[in-house]
Design a protein around this ligand. Structure first.
Ligand SMILES: Cc1ncc(C[n+]2csc(CCOP(=O)(O)OP(=O)(O)O)c2C)c(N)n1
Length: 293
């Protein structure tokens, strides 16, 4: 298990404190700046490793940053703290985005990011429980995050804990039938402590979701399974926060976050090949220039 980084935890705490005292415009600015930093780290990780899933990393990173830097009730210095919010990245192939987020939250030293996918590194191509303290469960085989999250949310109710369980799913991932079994169970048990966020970038590996196994109307599908559904722009932290913080009812909650695969780099945006293509050195430079323009 990688040790946490006390210095980074202090930075993260200062960031969270400032966010909690900021107005909406500054909150949005701070989260998006943190995401910009994460995007540059992700590019570097993938360049060094020669592998990765840049498209999905860039579609999900604003969601991860919003959760870790403004919302989750967590303590990176005591990762297994009783009654903490749980987070599960079910689309585990986007581990680079997850690692950049966890490192900047202090779960481990950001210097470790350069070991991504190297032999013996703790930063595997998919998140592994037991290697980094903030990873609640291993993911990678799609379709398992939500079933696990349902179990966690049921357990919280049995134990009379009031923590929330968050799970981020890919939209292509919804082709896995396990999601729909879990969705039925969640409404049966009225799991209002469960929040699913769908990274709705409309692309999967190699093709569009609607050309493969269409999901639309996705909101209607979740509603018909008994969920409370909201649709937001997944690159707008304030919309995400509003949706998360909205007063609930007895239903489990699904936030469909409309996103752009490859968001932030024009030649990657909405292009299926950037699911796991590795940018050349020239493309990396062009991407960095764009991120900082
Ligand atoms: C069970 C399973 N089947 C296949 C894969 C290979 N795989 C990795 S990513 C991916 C596409 C996922 O698409 P989506 O959920 O939309 O992810 P995103 O576009 O956000 O990266 C596939 C098929 C896998 N990881 N698990």
């Amino acid at each position: 298990m990688l040790p946490n980084s006390p210095a980074q935890i202090e930075l993260w705490k200062a960031f969270r404190k400032e966010i909690s005292e900021s107005d909406a415009a500054r909150t949005r600015y701070m989260i998006l700046e943190q995401s910009r930093l994460a995007r540059t780290e992700i590019l570097a990780m993938i360049q060094i490793a020669g592998m990765g899933h840049v498209g999905g990393d860039f579609s999900v990173i604003d969601i991860l940053t919003t959760l870790y830097f403004a919302e989750l009730n967590i303590d990176p210095s005591d990762a297994a703290k009783e009654n903490r919010d749980w987070f599960i990245l079910s689309k585990g192939h986007c581990a680079a985005a997850f690692y950049a987020t966890l490192a900047h939250s202090g779960y481990f030293d950001p210097h470790e990011l350069s070991t991504f996918m190297q032999p013996m590194s703790m930063l595997n191509g998919h998140p592994s429980k037991g290697k980094i303290s903030g990873i609640e469960t291993s993911t990678g085989p799609l379709g398992h995050g939500l079933p696990i999250a349902v179990g966690v949310a049921i357990a919280a109710n049995i134990q009379k804990q009031d923590h929330r369980t968050f799970v981020v799913l890919g939209d292509g991932e919804l082709q896995e039938g396990t999601n729909w079994e879990a969705a039925m169970t969640a409404s049966q048990y009225k799991l209002s402590n469960l929040i699913v966020i769908i990274d709705r970038n409309r692309l999967q590996q190699g093709a569009g979701t609607e050309d493969t196994n269409g999901l639309d109307p996705l909101d209607g599908k979740w509603e018909s399974f008994g969920w409370d559904v909201q649709i937001v722009d997944g690159h707008e932290p304030l919309e995400l926060l509003d949706a998360i913080r909205r007063g609930g009812n007895e239903k489990p909650r699904c936030i469909i976050a409309n996103t752009v695969k490859g968001k932030g780099v024009s030649f990657m945006e909405n292009r299926a090949e950037w699911h796991h293509k590795v940018p050349s050195a020239e493309q990396n430079l062009a991407a960095l220039k764009e991120l900082f323009s």
